[in-house]
Design a binder for this molecule. Sequence first.
Ligand code: DGL
Length: 286
Amino acid sequence: MPLPPVENQAAGPCIGVFDSGLGGLSVLRAIRQALPQARLHYVADSGHAPYGERGDRFVQERSRHIARFLRAQGAQMLVVACNTATAAAVQLLRSEHPDCPIVGVEPGIKPAAALTGNGCIGVLATEGTLRSERFRLLAQAHAAHVELHLQPCPGLAGAIEGGALDAPALRAIVQRCCAPLRAAGVDTVVLGCTHYPFVSRLIQAELGPEVRLVDTADAVARRTAELARFVSHRPCGQAGDPPVVAGIAPTAGVQLWTTGDPALLQEVALRWLGWSCPVRPMSDPD
Ligand code: DGL
């Protein structure tokens, strides 16, 4: 049932957030905490996930299509809640939407390098992220003085997309990806894909309790909140905006979209975030 529009409500910014699928929900949750008044449109491109095992051109075309869609919904700023899409497409999006602040997500190499005690860091990420020039520059800038162990996780984001976080096949992938990092003696591991926080307990169990996991969702949310101060907030109730009912429902003002199965996104949002919010299908260009 649609939430009723609210009059005279201090309007927050309208922010568009997207990921290849369900992973960006980990970022959306942090943005919601940082900006409770914001109206949020989230696109899960689950019909085309995973991005990490595709080429850059494919990820760029998907990102461009979704950015245009989110702006048509009224988004005044965008958050690319996907490391893989940030690596492949954030520059392109910024050049195509120069009037729109765009926040990207990058593996937390910098905080990990500051946190490590033994100078040995692991990075779990998609193949797309790890092979990107953007990642190479990030590592060069912040991890030149540490031992960096890069671990691609083929199949992991795809398995998380299935929604069953305790599936034996998913556990087997986590084991396979964590084993080399454990053997290398890392004391800090970067979760370099927004899907992975949803299996952080499995990852932690494989690596051992003494290994510190680094997730950048809160830092991304803080950056989003900083930039949101500079966008002029339109009055509430414009066409396409989900209404905000502050203090009533934690998910008021949130609209989820998917190119995959709306029922799965609805169920996962409830199970993983405790959010009950409307989900609509998003279609692809003809
Ligand atoms: N969640 C995405 C990331 O942060 C991508 C996962 C995928 O689609 O491969 O990289």
